[in-house]
Write a protein that binds this ligand. Structure first.
Ligand code: PMP
Length: 304
């Protein structure tokens, strides 16, 4: 078998039973999204947003795509845009990973950096002002576009149900940046089984649990405003995971499981392990590992 285009590699990622030793015999299953061709869960979104824009005729062959992004959505969008020969401008706050910005540029995207202190909100404002200066530009705007949760509702969530056709899922545990992954997957899972508990993971410095916003090292998750997509789902618990705990699990995953995971995956793993202690015997937790540690080497992901 062979493929003819990298976009055929998006989705159908493996789900791994981590086989971690939990005293109550619970299992943690993780969807390995680093196996997408652009290296993250956001390849699914990039492909979906471009296809959606073409379908709705807000994108034509001369459209410039502009998007504020922490990085992975930028890579996913640049990958999809490259397939359609579309110009792409990505607005990225300065603090985000050097490797991700290199990959976006390698795919042909132009990067505009905004000050780290202005966070993602600053990048959103900048993207809007750039769009005003460019005729025939389109901002997919992952933070407000219903196509974002729809991506995960239509692709990732059904894969999980198929992967686990023999098991009953007890809880779904995942981080939120735009909230698209969490909202789309939670909605689909609860339609299959309303008893599945939805647990959202955030780093310290995210506002979901009511704390003040501040910077954190865990990259890709944490919110500065409540995602509008959360209106359509029920959230049973918010777990706040410190950078230290997330990075500890990143190191443990490499050492004990042979898995190179990014810091948002480390946070998801830390939360899943903590949650497992409070669940009944033989529970099944499903979580998501959005990307790999390899794109955070210059942040010294393994040394701190
Ligand atoms: N982890 C990583 C590494 C990410 O890049 C993102 C996207 N910002 C997420 C988790 C969270 O995904 P979502 O935007 O769908 O909430």
């Amino acid at each position: 078998m062979y493929i003819t285009n990298v976009s055929q590699l998006i989705g159908r990622t493996p789900l791994i039973d981590l086989q971690v030793n939990i005293p109550n015999h619970s299992h943690i299953f993780a969807k390995l999204e680093m196996f997408n061709p652009g290296g993250s869960i956001k390849d699914r979104l990039g492909q979906f947003l471009i296809a959606d824009g073409i379908k709705r005729q807000v994108i034509n062959q001369n459209t410039t795509i502009i998007e504020p992004t922490a990085g992975n959505t930028g890579i996913g969008l640049a990958l999809a845009a490259q397939q359609h020969h579309l110009r792409t401008i990505l607005v990225v706050p300065e603090k985000f990973s050097y490797e991700k910005q290199q990959l976006m540029q390698a795919l042909g995207a132009t990067i505009i950096n905004t000050p780290a202190s202005e966070g993602i909100t600053g990048a959103i404002e900048k993207a809007k002002s750039i769009a005003q200066e460019i005729d025939n530009s389109y901002i997919p705007m992952q933070f407000a576009n219903a196509a974002n949760p729809a991506t995960y509702y239509q692709s990732l969530a059904p894969e999980i149900i198929q992967d686990l056709s023999e098991q009953k899922i007890t809880a779904f545990v995942a981080g939120a940046g735009s909230g698209g992954t969490f909202a789309g997957v939670a909605k689909y899972l609860n339609e299959q089984d309303a008893g599945i508990k939805n647990i959202v993971v955030e780093p310290e410095g995210s506002i979901l649990a009511g704390g003040p916003a501040h910077s954190h090292r865990t990259e890709g998750i944490g919110v500065e405003f409540i995602p509008p997509f959360f209106d359509t789902i029920s959230i049973d618990q918010i777990m706040t995971i410190s950078d230290d705990d997330a990075f500890y699990q990143v190191r443990q995953a490499a050492k004990n499981l042979g898995l190179f995971i990014g810091s948002s995956s480390g946070a998801a793993l830390a939360a899943s392990l903590k949650l497992a202690e409070s669940l009944p015997e033989n529970s099944n937790i499903v979580t998501i590992f959005p990307d790999s540690s390899e794109r955070y080497m210059s942040d010294q992901i393994y040394s701190k």
